[in-house]
Design a protein around this ligand. Structure first.
Ligand code: IMP
Ligand code: MG
Length: 346
């Protein structure tokens, strides 16, 4: 049997939208991966990736496709055939080889009824993306769902993955969807998605936990949120409203999937520490420092208090000191400017 060598995982440490797509895309430039895998979520996620200065957006298909690397969408994902088809056609049109995409025979199928129910109930209640995820998960865990292997109508038979025909092997990169605080177990329940977003759940792809090498945890230098979440509208944050509006507009904080404007809050280091430690992150990539430099305001939340810093260096040093003190697995913190220096990540 072919051997799995090493597995690296990129996960979100916040509420999604932490530039995981960009990080994965940079890791792939070194050409050291044999498979790129997606272990959770569905069309609710969105990755924005720039290849040779051209912007691409995908929802379910991993970024490996842009680098001619086989991509695997695992059994814990939720698949909408229409979205998958249109994403495949979009990639083909741009010259990418969609025969490299493999979809687990055990992934669950999102039906039109799931989408209708999501839009009728969960969208208003929780600000869901309306892509049918929660109703599909409800059927899955009620053991009443439909898996791809049970569906004769599955339109991409040549892309079907089974462990017998195509074993995962070599070096594997797993790209996360959503983030720690959207996780069904650890997130701010019930304001969460229906997936397991933490790196341990990447093992559902079919590799043993002891093969995991690096866990890349992604966050931004400020927090953002789409969808309903009382934490993002507490009273104290109102005094920073003008800054948050500027950050949202300069930082282009709107969703890849829904185009909704994201709510902004200063980076909550208390929450970040929890996310880093429970996920087991050892390399942290903090994006969008350039946006705070433009806004010229340096604040984070620590020990439950807003703490302001006079300048960028003071702010960055202070964040680093806290993380290195409180998060013992962390060996590296990278502040990603645009573009990331890929050598910083390895
Ligand atoms: P659902 O995943 O569509 O059920 O949405 C549940 C919650 O997760 C809502 O608050 C969404 O806005 C949020 N959410 C789901 N996927 C993403 C994502 O990829 N980025 C950011 N938020 C997301
Ligand atoms: Mg995203």
């Amino acid at each position: 049997m072919a051997e799995i060598v090493d597995v690296d995982i990129c996960c979100g440490l916040c509420w999604g939208d932490e530039a995981k797509g960009k990080i994965v895309s940079h890791l792939l430039k070194n050409n050291k991966y044999d498979w790129v895998c997606r272990w959770s979520g569905g069309s609710n996620a969105g990755h924005t990736i720039y290849i040779n200065n051209v912007k691409y957006a995908t929802h379910i298909i991993p970024a490996g496709i842009f680098y001619n690397i086989p991509c695997y969408i695992g059994p814990d994902c939720y698949i909408n055939y229409y979205h998958l088809k249109s994403e495949m056609e979009y990639l083909k049109k741009h010259g990418f080889d969609t025969s490299l995409i493999y979809i687990s025979n055990k992934a669950h199928v999102i039906t039109d009824d799931h989408i209708t129910e999501d839009n009728a109930i969960y969208k208003a209640q929780q600000g869901s993306t309306g892509t049918g995820i929660a109703p599909c998960a409800k059927d899955k865990y009620g053991r009443n769902g439909k898996r791809i292997e049970d569906d004769d109508m599955f339109p991409f038979k040549e892309n079907l993955w089974t462990s017998e025909n195509i074993p995962l092997k070599g070096n594997i990169l797993c790209e996360g969807a959503q983030g720690f605080w959207l996780d069904i177990n650890y997130g701010s329940y019930p304001y969460v998605t229906s997936s397991n977003t933490l790196p341990y759940s990447a093992c559902s792809l079919g590799f043993p936990p002891h093969k995991i090498r690096n866990i890349y945890g992604a966050c931004k230098v400020y927090d953002t949120r789409v969808g309903v979440d009382p934490y993002f509208s507490h009273n104290e944050s109102k005094k920073y409203k003008t800054f948050f509006n500027t950050i949202a507009s300069v930082g282009e904080e709107y969703g890849t999937t829904t185009k909704r404007l994201r709510k902004v809050e200063w980076l909550n280091i208390d929450k970040l520490i929890e996310a880093i430690n429970i996920s087991g992150t050892n390399i942290i990539i903090i994006s969008k420092l350039d946006i705070l430099v433009i806004v010229n305001k340096y604040v984070y939340i620590y020990n439950g208090q807003y703490q302001e810093h006079l300048n960028k260096d003071d702010f960055v040093n202070s964040i680093n000191n806290i993380i290195y003190e409180k998060c013992t697995y962390v060996s590296k913190i990278v502040y990603s400017d645009n573009p990331i220096n890929v050598n910083d990540l390895c």
